[in-house]
Ligand binder design. Structure first.
Ligand SMILES: [Fe+2]
Length: 383
């Protein structure tokens, strides 16, 4: 038998009164114990297990819809009042998910902003570790210059800016232009992975070709140059042009009409933008897709691990998020947080651009997709 009083306290265990959940009732001794946890920078798991390890994902980000006309109005007013240039770098208005306040994160991993460039303005060159892309819902006349290669931005195009590529934008016209930016800013910020470097005040090449050098080398279906056969972590294609996306979707629906397998589900054509050097995603952290629903089509309800941001490109319909139906029209954006059930309903033919953190989810093997209407998980989690 020891005379050590700490041993005595162990034998007193049976005298501790417990509540119905087998937890110790509040007591001055327990308060002192937890105060000592904090004093030595520790924390008891049993007081926070539900929050740390929920039964299913329990996102802080909330399902949310932003209206294009609201965003465009605030972008135009910002264009009148706030210059673009060194320092602020970009006139970009981040979508701030109310569940993630006070950040301007759209989801825990994804940043989405509307960027606005006035007539003949230039957004100076810089580079950062964060991966980025632009998607154009309307307008043209801006060139994004990526590592010295001028890339025309037009309606329906997806423009790539992989991490650490120098980039600036210049507007060659008398009209303003707005588009959306997608970046992995929240992920990189919260992991402390970020680096940033200023570049030229002006873009390094003010030419305005209709096709970039990158496209001339890489954007030929199924054909890759023998001079560059190594796998690259980001796509070398600087612009995925709308005419190819549109045609790919149109052909899926035509093939469905002819009785051939082509669509993701009835009336739902969809494509993933791919990296031609390895068939994978366009960026290491973000996936980009485009979806087209026939008028009247509805998608199956899905739960998916990981978050995504969508923008209506054309047409009208609705998104049902966690049972809440929201009408959508051209340019509207919405967020689907992890595991929140969603489905789309098309009023007219309905075109939507989507980007997600799926490459992160899949590389770390967390992917799951659950279809509650048929009570089944998709094999490998992929949709
Ligand atoms: Fe940037």
């Amino acid at each position: 038998m020891s005379n050590d009083p700490s041993t005595d306290s162990m034998t007193a265990e049976s005298t501790v009164s417990l509540d119905a959940m087998n937890r110790p009732e509040p007591s001055p001794e327990l308060d002192r114990l937890y105060a000592d946890y904090a004093r030595i920078s520790t924390s008891p798991l049993w007081t926070q297990l539900d929050d740390l390890m929920p039964i299913v994902p329990s996102p802080k980000a909330i399902p949310y819809v932003w209206r294009w006309h609201d965003l465009l109005d605030i972008a135009r007013r910002s264009g009148d009042l706030v210059p673009v240039g060194r320092g602020g770098e970009r006139r970009a208005i981040g979508l701030a998910n109310p569940g993630l306040a006070p950040t301007a994160y759209a989801t825990p991993t994804l940043w989405c902003a509307i960027q606005y460039l006035g007539p003949h303005e230039t957004a100076p060159e810089h580079r950062h570790a964060q991966n980025a892309f632009r998607f154009v819902v309307e307008g043209e006349g801006v060139w994004t210059v990526v590592n010295g290669d001028p890339v025309a931005m037009r309606r329906g195009d997806l423009l790539m800016t992989p991490g650490w590529a120098f980039h600036g934008h210049h507007n060659d016209t008398d009209q303003p232009m707005a588009w959306i930016d997608g970046l992995d800013v929240p992920f990189v910020h919260d992991m402390d992975f970020g680096f940033f470097e200023f570049g030229s005040e002006r873009v390094t090449d003010e030419a305005s070709p209709s096709v970039s050098r990158s496209e001339r080398l890489w954007a030929h279906p199924g054909l890759t140059p023998l001079s560059a056969q190594d796998s690259q972590s980001s796509t070398p294609i600087a612009a995925y042009r709308w005419e190819f996306t549109d045609q790919a979707l149109r052909e899926q629906l035509k093939l469905e009409d002819e009785g051939h397998p082509a669509t993701l589900e009835p009336g739902h054509a969809a494509i993933k933008y791919t990296n031609p050097t390895n068939g994978g995603d366009v960026l290491p952290t973000m996936r980009a897709e485009f979806h087209r629903l026939r008028a009247g089509a509805k998608t199956a309800v899905r739960h998916e691990v990981g978050s995504s941001v969508w923008q209506v490109f054309e047409g009208s319909g609705a998104i049902v998020l966690n049972g809440d139906r929201r009408e959508l029209t051209k340019g509207d954006l919405f967020v689907v947080p992890s595991w929140i059930p969603w489905s789309l309903e098309a009023g007219t033919e309905f075109d939507l651009f989507r980007f997600s953190d799926a490459p992160i989810v899949e590389r770390l093997n967390f992917q799951r997709v659950y279809l509650p209407e048929s009570n089944r998980y998709l094999p490998g989690g992929r949709g």
